[in-house]
Design a protein around this ligand. Structure first.
Ligand SMILES: [Zn+2]
Ligand SMILES: [Zn+2]
Length: 287
């Protein structure tokens, strides 16, 4: 396992590559026959679909990771396979890291919620990550995370407003703001499969130790980037009401069954204690 070393921090500031890893980095897991989850360093991407000519890529990992994502896709579907589209759950740097390179390579459409489009077309930057927030070393490192928007120009389009998802007919998107204004989750009614993005995660993402070990713990969204905690709470409630049977989250391992149901119930009822930090720049003290 390769951890964080101080010199890497300076390298990272030079060339965008962020030296953070979990033990799951580089590992792919078939969560369902047509839902594959691959961990890129500290963030998850998903492949939805079960054949090389009919699948969609959800999120695009860390900066400088296109090579590894292409490798993971070729391992799953064979050489030269490419997705029908890319869906971005939101535009944070660790979910859009390779998107520009991948779009250049594949020439595919990218879809995101219309409220994320300013952050994906070079028009608006996210607020600075809060390095003062209660949490751990990842939170303290977060001010060095990039906030500059990527610019996908005309390659990115708003998701259809009726909730349907292009090239994923069984799925619908659910708006889950709070962690990012236009964050979405993806849900399939038939088997109640959920791709939760960072609406909730299964690791304490502020803690470098827990990120490295991937100890399962249903938690609120990563704190250092979450700016609207009331909306974030409402969004977790919205996902709990869907009663998901299995969930892949933006960070951490997949979770299912009772562990998911009970973890989500606890998070919804104790969100102020579990998820909302005791102190931080984006905490208003009203919860
Ligand atoms: Zn995020
Ligand atoms: Zn994230």
């Amino acid at each position: 396992m390769s951890g964080y070393r101080e010199n890497d921090m300076y390298d990272a500031m030079e060339n965008k590559f962020l030296p953070m890893y979990s033990i799951a980095s580089g590992v792919g897991v078939k969560v369902l026959p047509d839902l594959y989850c691959y961990t890129n360093q500290i963030v998850n991407i998903c492949l939805v679909g079960d054949s090389a000519d009919d699948f969609v890529l959800i999120d695009t990992g860390m900066p400088e990771s296109s090579g590894r994502i292409i490798e993971a896709i070729e391992e799953r579907f064979g050489a030269d396979s490419k997705p029908k589209a890319i869906i971005l759950t939101h535009g944070h740097f660790d979910h859009v890291g390779a998107v520009v390179d991948l779009v250049e390579k594949w020439d595919v459409k990218v879809y995101a919620h219309e409220k994320e489009l300013p952050f994906l077309t070079g028009k608006q930057s996210y607020p600075d990550p809060d390095g003062t927030v209660e949490g751990g070393l990842v939170a303290k490192m977060s001010p060095m995370f990039p906030t500059d928007p990527v610019d996908l120009g005309s390659h990115v389009e708003a998701l259809p407003s009726d909730g349907t998802v292009p090239h994923m007919p069984e799925w619908r998107w659910v708006h889950t703001p709070g962690h990012a204004p236009g964050q979405i989750a993806l849900f399939r009614e038939e088997d109640r499969a959920l791709i939760a993005a960072d609406t909730f995660v299964t690791v304490k993402q502020e803690s470098l130790y827990k990120v490295m070990t991937q100890e399962l713990e249903i938690n609120g969204p990563p704190r250092y980037l979450t700016t609207d905690w009331n909306a974030a709470w409402e969004s977790v409630k919205k996902l709990q009401e869907l009663n998901p049977s299995v969930a892949v989250t933006g960070h951490g391992v997949p979770v299912e069954g009772q562990e998911l149901t009970e973890g989500l119930a606890r998070l919804v009822s104790d969100f102020d204690k579990i998820a909302i930090p005791d102190y931080g720049r984006y905490v208003d003290g009203e919860h």
